[in-house]
Design a protein around this ligand. Structure first.
Ligand code: TYM
Length: 327
C-alpha cells in the first residue's frame, strides 16, 4: 500500500480552502493508502500564538478533522509535538539545506515582508515540513496549491541526502487536486482564502451555519460585465464561484459556466451545493463535541503508531549521516 502523509496547522477554524484543497483528498486516501495525518503544532509556533489557545485549537482541529470524515480506524491522526523525531530530523536536514534555498520560499517572503523582527522558526519552517514528510517514507502528499514549493524543497532535500549519504529517504510526490487547489477569498478574489487573514465575509468556515454560507456567497465580489464564463484571469471572483460549484458537484468549471446566464442564479446554487456538501460534517461535529475525551484517546493512539515508524526512519538517517548510536 502506498504511504500518504499530510499536515495542517492548528491556527484557526478549518475553512473551505482547507477542505477542498486537502482534507477531501485525505478522506479519500485513508481507504486506499496507509495514511498519516498530522496536526502541526510546532509549525504554529512560527508566529505569535496564545499558549492556552494553541492547546485548545490543537484538540479542536483533531475533532474537526474527524467530523470532516477522517476515520481514526482507517488512518493515523496525531499531533506533531507528540513525536520528538520531527524536530530531531529537522536538525539533520537543516545541516544539509542552504540559506539561499530557504530564502527563495515565497511563503517566507510573504509572511516576513515588512516585519520588524522575523523568527528563525519562520525561516526554517519548510525544513520542519520536509522532516514531517520524510520521517514516514511517504510516497504521496495531498496538499493545496500553496504548498507546492515546500514539497519541491522536501524532494530536493531527500534526493540530496540520498546522493551524499546513501539511499535513506523515499522521495515524495505532491498530490494537488485538479480543481479546488486554490480557493480564493470571496471578498478579495485575488488572494487565497486563509485562516490567518481576517476576512470574515470572505472566508467560508467548514462549520458555518447554512444561513452564514448563504450570506457570504450572496455577498461574494464578482464583476460588472454580467456575462457568466470561466475566465480566472479576467473574472477571478466569478471563476472562484464556478470552481466551488464544479468541485462540490464533481464537474468542470467551464461546463458549469455553460449552464448559467445570471450571477444571482449561480450564487444561489453555489450556496445550496456548499450547504449540502458541509452538512454531514456539521452534524458529526455536534455529536463528537459531547465526548471530548475520545479525541485525546485517538491522538494518543495515533502518536504511538506514528512514533514506531518515525523512530526507525530517524535512526536510519542519523546512522547514515555519521552519528554514533548510543550503546
Ligand atoms: P495549512 O495549515 O496552511 O493548510 C492545510 C492544507 O490546506 C490547504 N489550503 C488550501 N487549499 C486550497 N485553497 C486554499 N485557500 C487553501 N488554504 C489552505 C493547504 O495547501 C494545506 O494542504 N505547511 C502546511 C502544513 C504542513 C504540511 C506538512 C503539509 C506541515 N507539515 C507536511 C503537508 C505535509 C500548512 O501550513 O498548511
Amino acid at each position: 500500500m502506498p504511504r500518504v502523509f499530510s499536515g495542517i496547522q492548528p491556527s484557526g477554524e478549518l475553512h473551505l480552502g482547507n477542505y477542498l484543497g486537502a482534507i477531501r483528498s485525505w478522506v479519500r486516501s485513508q481507504h486506499e493508502a496507509d495514511a498519516f495525518y498530522c496536526i502541526v503544532d510546532l509549525h504554529a509556533l512560527t508566529v505569535e500564538t496564545d499558549p492556552a489557545e494553541l492547546r485548545a485549537r490543537t484538540r479542536q482541529t483533531a475533532l474537526e478533522l474527524v467530523a470532516a470524515g477522517l476515520d481514526p480506524d482507517a488512518c493515523t491522526l496525531f499531533v506533531q509535538s507528540h513525536v520528538p523525531e520531527h524536530p530531531r530530523l529537522t536538525w539533520l536536514l537543516e545541516c544539509t539545506a542552504s540559506m539561499g534555498e530557504l530564502r527563495r520560499m515565497t511563503q517566507f517572503k510573504d509572511k516576513s515582508a515588512g516585519a520588524e523582527s522575523v523568527r528563525v522558526g519562520l525561516f526554517t519552517y519548510p525544513v520542519l515540513m520536509a522532516a514531517d514528510i520524510l520521517l514516514y517514507d511517504t510516497d504521496r502528499v495531498p496538499v493545496g496549491d500553496d504548498q507546492r514549493q515546500h514539497l519541491e524543497l522536501a524532494r530536493e532535500l531527500a534526493s540530496r541526502f540520498n546522493a551524499r549519504y546513501g539511499t535513506t529517504f523515499v522521495v515524495p510526490e505532491a498530490a494537488v487536486p485538479p480543481v479546488g487547489a486554490r480557493v480564493m477569498d470571496l471578498q478579495h478574489p485575488e488572494r487565497k482564502m486563509s485562516k490567518s487573514v481576517s476576512s470574515p465575509l470572505g472566508t467560508v468556515l467548514l462549520f458555518d451555519e447554512p444561513a452564514d454560507i448563504e450570506r457570504k456567497v450572496k455577498k461574494a465580489v464578482t464583476d460588472t460585465d454580467g456575462e457568466v464564463r470561466y475566465d480566472p484571469e479576467a473574472k477571478p471572483g466569478l471563476a472562484n464561484l464556478l470552481e466551488l460549484l464544479a468541485v462540490a458537484t464533481d464537474r468542470a468549471p467551464a461546463a458549469v459556466a455553460a449552464e448559467y446566464h445570471r450571477y444571482g442564479d449561480l450564487k444561489r446554487d453555489v450556496a445550496t451545493a456548499l450547504c449540502d456538501l458541509l452538512a454531514p460534517a456539521r452534524a458529526r461535529r455536534n455529536e463528537l463535541a459531547g465526548d471530548p475525551g475520545a479525541i485525546d484517546a485517538v491522538l494518543a493512539d495515533g502518536a504511538a503508531k506514528a512514533q514506531a515508524i518515525a523512530a526507525d526512519v530517524y535512526h536510519r538517517a542519523a546512522s547514515a549521516i555519521g552519528l554514533l548510536a548510543p550503546a
